[in-house]
Design a protein around this ligand. Structure first.
Ligand SMILES: Cc1cc2nc3c(=O)[nH]c(=O)nc-3n(C[C@H](O)[C@H](O)[C@H](O)COP(=O)(O)OP(=O)(O)OC[C@H]3O[C@@H](n4cnc5c(N)ncnc54)[C@H](O)[C@@H]3O)c2cc1C
Length: 407
């Protein structure tokens, strides 16, 4: 049985960054990454953007080239799924029965796309967007597809819709709630993106329930609760993820929707850390609510916190959340967490396609969504970091730079 001083399960964004940070902080012990995908760690955001559109080849998605890991003496163990953890013996086991022992374990497994549970859910032509393999499978079928239905109006679904519309497909987005992006953004942003998609020829339908996916072997359409059939030769399901934490929870780790971690990313099990999409944590920027964040920022910053802690360097996770999404020629940048806001201010005119939505709670700025507005994003960050109380009328006045309001 091989032993590693630090063993990282999951070779995605957070696993890769943990490894990088360990070596940056002079960790000299043995390090291995075990991942169930065959590839070296790669960036996931382009999967629904430049990779799907064909603008970026896979090689440009790699977080680091193969030589980087070799030079830092990191053992890469791809194509292996960890199914069991024995915290007492400091051991993990793969689906094939291979075992590895560790000094410290970092659990960095992300999540699996939530599947749709309706009749026809297993027909050919139904896809999710989480891995390179998912997108490659979609791309192989695309040539024979005229109509695509995207189930779920979240960021990933909307990004895929934008790319597919640009590729000339007839795209329909079906969202169960009364607006797209309802879980992550305020109404002005939702309405803006709905209008943009419509202007690009996408049919956006909100408040609709999917009853079944229809077809004979392959998808032919999506049946709504109203009985209507939306024709489609491809269906993309973008309804969120389920964190991949079963082996840790089975081993006794505290958690549920994710594995619970403290401010240093330690789980309740000895010598086991958890980071990234799978880590449930009290977030200072969400009023200390227990949340999981699904973003590159969170993956990287939690990874760095865990790595420093392992190296004996004081660190705690309190980074300000940020995120981006690209749709058509629109670049959305967000800072902070808007959930829990009691007021939102639109700054600038959405009709110009460059504006921001600023969220406040009890008079204090908690988040910004900036569309094609890098200046607001950069200058508004301080408002969020310091939770400043600013007059909403001043925030709405786009002629006054945000940096003047935080001065
Ligand atoms: C299509 C798409 C677009 C996105 N766009 C953005 C964006 O624009 N901006 C942004 O900030 N974020 C974006 N994200 C989110 C971001 O990519 C994730 O938050 C980030 O990848 C999380 O990193 P992670 O290490 O937690 O998980 P991942 O990167 O998913 O890595 C986890 C790895 O662990 C593997 N694994 C799981 N279970 C096991 C096991 N038992 N054994 C071995 N290996 C296992 C997984 O297969 C995976 O390879 C996007 C995500 C997707 C899917």
């Amino acid at each position: 049985m091989s032993h590693f001083d630090v063993l990282i399960v999951g070779a995605g964004h957070s696993g890769a960054q943990a490894t990088i940070a360990l070596r940056q902080n002079k960790f000299e012990g043995s390090v291995a990454m075990i991942g169930d995908e065959p590839e070296l760690p790669y960036e996931r955001p382009p999967l629904s953007k430049e990779y799907l559109s064909g603008d970026k080849p896979f090689e440009r998605l790699l977080i680091r080239p193969a030589t980087f890991w070799e030079e830092r003496d990191v053992t890469m163990l791809g194509g292996r799924t960890i199914v069991a953890v024995d915290p007492g013996a400091h051991m993990v086991r793969t689906a094939d029965g291979e075992t590895f022992s560790y000094g410290t374990l970092i659990w960095a497994t992300g999540g699996k796309p939530r599947r749709i549970a309706c009749d026809g859910h297993d027909l050919r032509g139904i896809h999710t967007v989480r891995t390179r393999a998912d997108v490659d499978a979609m791309m192989r079928e695309l040539a024979d597809v005229r109509e695509v239905t995207v189930i779920g109006g979240g960021y990933i679904g909307l990004e895929a819709a934008a790319v597919l519309a640009k590729l000339g497909k007839q795209v329909t987005v079906l969202e169960a709630l009364d607006r797209v992006l309802a879980r992550v953004a305020g109404e002005p942003l939702s309405r803006f993106f709905e209008a943009e998609h419509r202007a690009h020829g996408v049919t956006v339908r909100t408040g609709v329930q999917v009853e079944a996916i229809e077809g004979d072997g392959s998808v032919s359409g999506v049946r709504l609760a109203s009985g209507e059939n939306v024709p489609a030769q491809m269906v993309i399901v973008g309804i969120g993820i389920i964190p991949s934490v079963e082996p840790l929870l089975a081993a006794g780790a505290e958690g549920g929707n994710g594995v619970l971690i403290d401010g240093q990313c330690r789980t309740s099990l000895p010598d086991i850390y958890a980071i990234g999409d799978c880590a449930l944590h009290a977030n200072a920027h969400a009023g200390d609510r227990m949340i999981r964040l699904e973003s590159v920022q969170n993956a990287n910053d939690q990874a760095t916190t865990a790595a420093k802690t392992i190296c004996g360097i004081e660190a705690s996770y309190d980074a300000v959340p940020w995120f981006w999404s690209n749709q058509y020629d629109l670049k959305l940048q967000t800072v902070g967490i808007s959930a829990g806001h009691d007021q939102c201010v639109v700054r600038g005119d959405p009709a110009t396609r460059s504006f921001s939505v600023i969220y406040l709670a009890q008079g204090r700025v908690i988040a910004l969504d900036c569309v094609n507005s890098v200046k607001d994003y950069v200058q508004g960050r301080k408002l969020v970091v310091e939770g400043l109380a600013i007059d909403p009328a001043a925030l709405a006045d786009a002629t006054v730079p945000l940096k003047e309001l935080s001065a």
